[in-house]
Design a protein around this ligand. Structure first.
Ligand code: AQP
Length: 354
C-alpha cells in the first residue's frame, strides 16, 4: 500500500520568552529529527494574535524564535525555517478547515477552555478556531509527523479528525482527480488526500511543569518569571530559579514509582533526565536517597552547560537581524512553493475555479 512521504512539521508562537518547556517539548526534538527527515519549522505568527492582538515588538519576537531554532542546531538550508504569515496558504486552508470542523469539536478543546477562562463569550473567534489553523499549518504540506509537547496532543487529534472528514466528504472527488493515497486508518482502508498526522510527544519531559507549582505546565504567560527557565536567562538567573524551585522535604526516591504524588520532584527529575539524555530511572539510580540540596546544584550545572551555548548564539544572531531575515525570506519562498502545490489540488478537489 502506498504511503505519504514522511515530512516533519512543527511551529512555535512568537508570544514571549521561550522557556525550557518549549525547548525540551519541541525545539530539541526538531533538532534531532532533522538528521533523518525532511523538516519544516515555522514561527507561527498568525497564531500569536490569539494570545494578544497588539504586540509591542512582533518582528523582534519572530526573529527571536527563528534565532532559537538556529542556535539550537536547526539547519535552515537543509530544511525550511520561515514565518507563517509569509505563506498565505495557511490562512486560506484554515478557512476551508473552519468549514470542515464542527463548533462542538472546538468547544471541547481544553486549551480553549483554559485560555478563554470564564468569559468565553468575550474570547476571540481566532482563539476558538486556533486548532483549525494549526491543522492547516501541518496539512498545507501534507506533513506526516509533528513533534510537540504533551499540551498539544488534543489539537493534533483534532487535526486528524479534520483530515479524516475532508478525506471522507470529498472521497469521490479525490479519486476523480487522481490525488489520493491509499492508507489504512484503524482497520479501514481510506483513499486519503490528507495524511493522518502522527504526534511525536514521548521523552522524559513531554510536559515540563512550573518550577513554582508542579501541577501547572511551564508557560510563557505565567505571571511569575520564577516559574520558568527562559532560554535567554543567564547562568546566575538559572541557578537562582532552580535553587528557589518548590520541592517537598523528602529526599529523592530510588525508584520512579516513588515520584508518584510528588509533582515537583517528578518535574525536576524529568528535566534532569531530558537534559542528560537519560531515563528518570537512570537519574534516580544516580541520585536516589540524596537531598535536593545535592540534586539542585547538579541540575543547575547541567542546565547551564546545556543552555549557555544556545543563549550565546541566540544573542549573536539577534545582533544581525539581516541574517535572520534572509533565512526567513528564503524559507518562506520554499515553503510557499510547496504549500501552493497542495492548495492547487485542494481547490480542484473542492471545485474552486483557479
Ligand atoms: N511546559 C511545556 N512542556 C513541554 N512542551 C511545551 N510546549 C509549550 N509548553 C511546554 C511546547 O512548545 C511548543 C511551542 O509552544 P507554543 O509557543 O506554540 O505554544 P504554547 O503551548 O501555548 O506555549 P506556552 O509557553 O505554554 O505559551 P502560553 O503561555 O502562551 O500558553 C509546542 O510544541 C508546545 O507543545
Amino acid at each position: 500500500m502506498a504511503e505519504f512521504p514522511p515530512l516533519v512539521f512543527s511551529g512555535v508562537q512568537p508570544t514571549g520568552n521561550l522557556h525550557l518547556g518549549n525547548y525540551l517539548g519541541a525545539i530539541r526534538k526538531f533538532v534531532a529529527l532533522q538528521e533523518k527527515n525532511d523538516c519544516i519549522y515555522c514561527v507561527v505568527d498568525l497564531h500569536s494574535l490569539t494570545a494578544q492582538l497588539v504586540h509591542d515588538d512582533l518582528p523582534g519576537q519572530i526573529r527571536s524564535i527563528a534565532a532559537a531554532f538556529i542556535a539550537s542546531g536547526i539547519d535552515p538550508k537543509a530544511h525550511i525555517v520561515f514565518n507563517q504569515s509569509a505563506v498565505p496558504a495557511h490562512a486560506e486552508l484554515a478557512w476551508i478547515f473552519n468549514c470542515v470542523a464542527r463548533i462542538g469539536w472546538m468547544n471541547r478543546m481544553t486549551q480553549f477552555k483554559d485560555k478563554a477562562g470564564k468569559d468565553r463569550e468575550n474570547a476571540s473567534l481566532g482563539l476558538l478556531a486556533y486548532p483549525s489553523l494549526m491543522a492547516a499549518d501541518i496539512l498545507a504540506y501534507r506533513a506526516t509527523h509533528v513533534p510537540v509537547g504533551d499540551d498539544q496532543k488534543q489539537h493534533l487529534e483534532l487535526a486528524r479528525d479534520i483530515a479524516m472528514k475532508f478525506n471522507l466528504d470529498f472521497a469521490e472527488r479525490i479519486r476523480a482527480h487522481g490525488k489520493g493515497v491509499d492508507i489504512t486508518v484503524g482497520e479501514e482502508p481510506v483513499h486519503a488526500f490528507f495524511p493522518m498526522v502522527e504526534p511525536l510527544i514521548d521523552g522524559p519531559a513531554p510536559r515540563v511543569m512550573s518550577l513554582r507549582d508542579g501541577t501547572k505546565k511551564m508557560s510563557k504567560s505565567d505571571a511569575s518569571d520564577l516559574s520558568r527557565i527562559n532560554l535567554m536567562d543567564d547562568a546566575e538567573t538559572i541557578s537562582r530559579k532552580i535553587r528557589k524551585a518548590k520541592t517537598d522535604p523528602d529526599g529523592l526516591p530510588s525508584e520512579v514509582d516513588g515520584l508518584k504524588g510528588r509533582p515537583e520532584a517528578d518535574n525536576l527529575v524529568g528535566i534532569y533526565a531530558a537534559l542528560a539524555d537519560l531515563s528518570k530511572a537512570d537519574v534516580l539510580t544516580q541520585f536516589g536517597g540524596q537531598q535536593f540540596s545535592v540534586f539542585k546544584p547538579a541540575l543547575v550545572d547541567l542546565a547551564v552547560a546545556h543552555l549557555a551555548p544556545i543563549t550565546d548564539e541566540m544573542r549573536r544572531l539577534m545582533d544581525d537581524t539581516s541574517h535572520i531575515d534572509a533565512i526567513l525570506r528564503d524559507g518562506g519562498e520554499r515553503a510557499g512553493a510547496r504549500a501552493d502545490a497542495v492548495m492547487k489540488d485542494v481547490k480542484d478537489i473542492i471545485g474552486f475555479l483557479r
